[in-house]
Design a protein around this ligand. Sequence first.
Ligand code: NAP
Length: 298
Amino acid sequence: MTIRHVGFLGLGLMGSRMALNLKKKGFEVTVWNRSAARAEALKSHGIHVAKTPAQVAQVADAFCTCVADVAALREVALGNDGLLSTAKSGQLFIDFSTVSVALVQELGAAFSAKGIDVIDAPVTGSKNGAEKGTLVIMAGGSEAAMARAQPVFQAVGEKVVHCGALGAGTQVKLAGNGLIAAMLQAFSEGLLLTSKAGVDPRKFIEVVQASGFRSPYFDFKGKALLERDFSTHFSIDLMHKDLTLLVENAAVHRVPTPSAAAMKETYAFARAAGKGEADIGAVITAYEDVVKHQLKQG
Ligand code: NAP
């Protein structure tokens, strides 16, 4: 089945922007979102709105999901009026959410029994990458399904890495988010320490960015943290979810991940302090609360 009509379910920070890019690239697009207002907001762009996930699967050649977590994806895919209830042989299911490998494989079994290929295709690049269509996609699935998915991938991303069989994309995504959390953690600790010790934290950033450990991520987050801009690109709640998934996944494989386990608890502290919906950059404010010092430029 050639993919002309794409369904998109989950119109949060990421999904709303990805759905718009699919429309801009010429696909007919039908969306569904739990809170209807987010779907209605896309109507003015010529995007159709469905009342249930089942209605999306009735009309689309391929359907994509980008919802918060395991419970959300299970509901959208397998619940009452879920995608599976009306999905037909020959369609393609691409999940862009970050969920567990176990759920991705469960979906693979359930949908392939009806003749529908499933690809797990978590992304990185956050809100700005979703907006610009420059996401990096790490995908798991068969070669044939990957080939069919390429036009969809090209509409939302700039690089696709085929990581292996179904579940492999998620495996890589969880490991990658452990790295992002660790980078941000050490960066935040370094900024706060230099600042509290009376040294301009911009000197810390200048040295890091002149070294072999430089990263565009530190340019982006360094500016945001120094300006105290905690507007949400990727929430503390979602990073806590990913670190929890990473630690659980590591336990399955008997791989110790002490760094991820410690960071998971840092994010738990930030959530307990009511910061769950803020950007992950706001984790630094949880440290600030403890040391009673607010990051400031010298
Ligand atoms: P978000 O802005 O919080 O949006 C979450 C979406 O999930 C919303 O559409 C929400 O619907 C829906 N949802 C939540 N619970 C649901 C349920 N029980 N049933 C149905 N729908 C439900 O999240 P996001 O930042 O777009 O992230 C979406 C996914 O992409 C997550 O898995 C996240 O880990 C992953 N991701 C995010 C980023 C990032 O930088 N933000 C980067 C890579 C990957 P409502 O509108 O009704 O609340």
